[in-house]
Design a protein around this ligand. Structure first.
Ligand code: NAG
Ligand code: NAG
Ligand code: NAG
Ligand code: NAG
Ligand code: NAG
Ligand code: NAG
Ligand code: NAG
Ligand code: NAG
Ligand code: NAG
Ligand code: NAG
Length: 645
């Protein structure tokens, strides 16, 4: 308890130095070069929790009795893989996914409430005709209505409603109630169909298509954005796409060989053919701050004009989100504060954004609390810097509200629930042990935000972990909760009128099924000595060494000499980092650093004399290190987390 309180205190106290924006202009789009308006004053936000199915303590067959749920419409365990989704068009409902548990055996009619499903939840304290404030959309759909490739347990991740109120996308499925509104009593399982979304990945159209993930509906309702992991050599990469959703009633090749949605006019948003963020001209290295690097697609702006993504850092180890205009490629850096951000959603009019970020938790500043380090070693460190955001299942995310212009001056947004100053273990809406998940979503009228939280559970607390585990004070001891934040001072926005996007994104590269895309050029910088000139003063001398098979960078050494891009501060000192990759998912870094920043926001970053050696297993994100890496920024000392915490 004590440790957590200190962390929370530190997090509150550190607001001044590292929360300031970088010396780089935040707005990279030249059309937005006018100085941004002054930051908004904090606004009044009211938070409440949304209802969910009742909880059974034991998840055995039949545990969900009539005593627990008198309407016989299912129960969940305390942990139910909850994920909040979007609002339906009327803004009085949101969709979510949960895993039902404790159902009786068939042929009991309640036996359909088992496993992962999409539900609709009332947001106005009203109920469906049976008295429940929720309704399961996918429970009990007859087999003949399910046109997807059969799987034991479908994944209904990131549920999103279409604007027609009759269809939902969840995972890579579309759940369709035909002519009926999803919320209407007429939308029953017998009238509901499930179709699979397929991205062709063979030249002859055979097979089940590419493994696709994190699909997002474009506001024009006819295009999608999505990600797909790639495995090449020893490295895990990701392809990102924008495509048109096209119903195919009677396909002649590929699986499923029945009605399905195909992805047509597919654009590659990240491709070796696009301009790289770092490139060499002779022995000089250059950054291109207009380069679009869609490392992971996050969604679209509310107007649909921009695609949002997690991209190559602008400041070393500081993971940010960006927005690129789909038509023009104009780029905006949406966030700048140290920390890891990934979920981002804009309001329907693009004037606000809500992000899930580690800012305020003090989690990552030992790596990224020194501002303005050019992201050179990030060619090696990005995976590791990103992975520090979590401790296993514990995320350090909280929802933050920012205006369109993002972090600037002393403004770094408004924490929606005040968790960075909340009391750990209190169970309140500001309890920092309750962490946010992906994604938060705005209502269609822009006055509400729905988000969900997960309580820290073993092994991320308790046992050898210095963080004690707290009991949950949520109904039934639930470890997850679905929250709604009401921006009470805002007036409802008028309905959106989104023009359909063109199928061809001019700056992207057309996708060809079956192709192999080479790694982006910047990842293949060759062994050699390079110079990076500061835009105002000094330079950095850089040595890059590839591994023995010359297929990946293994070591980067940087020496900064009075380096400055803005004349407000200078960097001096050295970085020397070696990476070893084992399999796809284990990254180890041998990290030596001794950097000093003088001028505004003075700081130091240094490793212990024998270096800092860190390993992270990307699939579990468990932190393990020997030695230390410390950042001291304006008198505050930021240290790495203890191993396994
Ligand atoms: C629903 O009820 C809760 C608890 O009484 C209240 O805080 C919340 O404002 C109500 N929501 C609406 C939309 O009326
Ligand atoms: C297509 O994607 C599937 C995964 O769904 C994969 O197993 C297969 O190897 C891919 N085929 C090609 C040609 O890339
Ligand atoms: C070089 O790195 C690549 C990518 O990580 C890996 O596939 C290859 O095995 C490495 N070669 C050597 C000799 O380490
Ligand atoms: C920088 O990236 C932009 C956007 O992709 C591109 O138009 C421009 O040509 C690139 N500049 C250089 C010097 O590569
Ligand atoms: C949590 O609840 C259990 C069972 O009621 C109780 O034994 C335990 O002391 C509680 N733990 C805390 C930290 O309050
Ligand atoms: C970089 O320069 C140093 C000093 O001249 C030299 O010893 C080293 O081999 C060079 N490194 C590479 C990768 O060429
Ligand atoms: C270092 O750079 C600053 C500007 O960033 C300049 O004013 C100063 O003269 C430089 N110092 C040296 C020793 O070059
Ligand atoms: C990196 O730094 C460590 C510790 O100072 C040193 O042992 C190692 O030789 C350095 N590597 C290079 C390539 O300079
Ligand atoms: C770090 O750099 C400072 C300033 O250049 C130097 O005085 C100090 O000895 C260095 N520390 C280590 C451990 O190399
Ligand atoms: C830390 O040191 C121990 C003992 O030498 C070693 O087993 C472990 O692999 C090291 N871990 C890292 C991340 O370097």
């Amino acid at each position: 308890m004590l440790l957590v309180s200190i962390a929370a205190f530190l997090a509150g106290a550190m607001a001044s130095p590292v929360h300031k924006d970088s010396e780089r202009p935040l707005q990279i789009d030249p059309s937005e070069h006018a100085p941004p308006p002054p930051p908004p004053a904090p606004e009044l936000i009211e938070i409440s929790r949304l209802p969910l199915p009742p909880v059974v303590a034991d998840e055995n067959e039949g545990a969900c009795t009539v005593a627990v749920n008198p309407s016989r419409t299912g129960c969940t365990g305390k942990v139910a893989s909850l994920q909040g989704g979007t609002f339906l068009p009327d803004d009085n409902h949101v969709i979510a996914k949960v895993r039902f548990a404790g159902a009786p055996a068939a042929p009991d009619p309640a036996s359909i409430y088992t496993g992962e499903h999409v539900i609709i939840v009332k947001t106005d304290n009203s109920t469906f005709p049976n008295g429940d404030p929720w309704k399961c959309l996918t429970c009990g759909i007859p087999k003949e209505n399910n046109h997807a490739i059969p799987v034991e347990s479908p994944d209904y991740a990131y549920p999103q409603a279409f604007a027609d109120g009759k269809r939902v996308m969840a995972g890579f499925y579309i759940i369709d109630c035909g002519e009926y509104d999803l919320v209407s009593p007429d939308c029953v399982p017998e009238r509901t169909s499930i179709y699979q979304i397929r991205l062709e990945n063979t030249t002859d159209g055979s097979g089940a298509g590419a493994a696709i993930r994190e699909l997002r509906i474009h506001p024009d309702q006819v295009h999608l954005g999505l990600n797909s992991f790639t495995f090449s050599g020893n490295s895990l990469g990701q392809s990102t796409f924008f495509a048109r959703l096209q119903f195919n009633a009677a396909p002649t090749t590929g699986l499923p060989l029945g009605p399905r949605y195909d992805l047509a006019h597919v654009n590659h948003l990240m491709h070796s053919g696009l301009s790289p963020p770092i490139y060499a001209v002779g022995d000089e290295l250059h950054f291109n701050h207009s380069a679009i690097t869609v490392g992971e697609l996050r969604g679209f702006s509310g107007t649909g004009n921009e695609v949002t993504y997690v991209g190559y850092p602008v400041e070393s180890c500081n993971i940010d989100v960006f927005a690129a205009d789909l038509r023009t490629g104009a780029l905006r850096r949406l966030t700048a504060h140290p920390g890891y951000v990934d979920p981002v959603q804009m309001s329907p009019d693009d004037r606000l954004m809500v992000i899930m970020d580690t800012r305020g938790s003090g989690r990552t500043e030992f790596m990224d609390g020194m501002r303005g380090i050019p992201p050179i070693v990030d060619l090696l460190t990005t995976t590791v810097c990103s992975s520090v955001r979590n401790n296993g299942q514990r995320r350090f995310f909280q929802p933050w509200l920012l205006d369109r212009y993002g972090d600037r001056g002393d403004y770094y947004g408004q924490e929606i629930n005040g968790a960075s100053t909340g009391f750990a273990g209190s169970g309140g809406f500001d309890d920092p042990e309750w962490n946010g998940g992906a994604d938060p979503w705005f209502s269609n009228d822009g006055t509400r935000i729905v988000y969900y939280q997960v309580q820290t559970i073993p092994p991320a607390c308790g046992g050898e972990n210095p963080l004690p585990c707290s009991n949950s004070s949520e109904p039934g001891g639930r470890r997850e909760r679905l929250m709604i934040a009401h921006l009470v001072e805002r007036s409802p926005l008028p309905a959106r009128n989104v023009m359909p996007m063109p199928d061809v994104i001019p700056w992207a590269v057309p996708y060809v099924p079956g192709e192999t895309v080479p790694a982006p050029a910047y990842l293949n910088l060759k062994s050699g000595n390079y110079t990076l000139k500061g835009e105002v003063s000094g330079s950095a001398s850089i040595e890059i060494i590839e591994n023995d098979s010359k297929t990946a960078i293994q070591m980067i050494k940087v020496g900064f000499d009075n380096f400055s891009d803005d004349g407000l501060a200078t960097l001096s000192g050295t970085q020397n980092i070696t990476r070893n990759v084992e399999g796809f998912t284990i990254n180890t870094l041998d990290w030596y650093s001794n950097l000093t920043r003088e001028g505004i926001w003075p700081s130091r970053q240094f490793t212990s004399p024998a270096g800092f050696h860190m390993s992270i297993y990307v699939l579990t994100n468990l932190f393990e290190a020997n030695g230390t890496l410390v950042t001291i920024a304006e008198g505050l000392t930021f240290r790495q987390p203890q191993d396994g915490t």
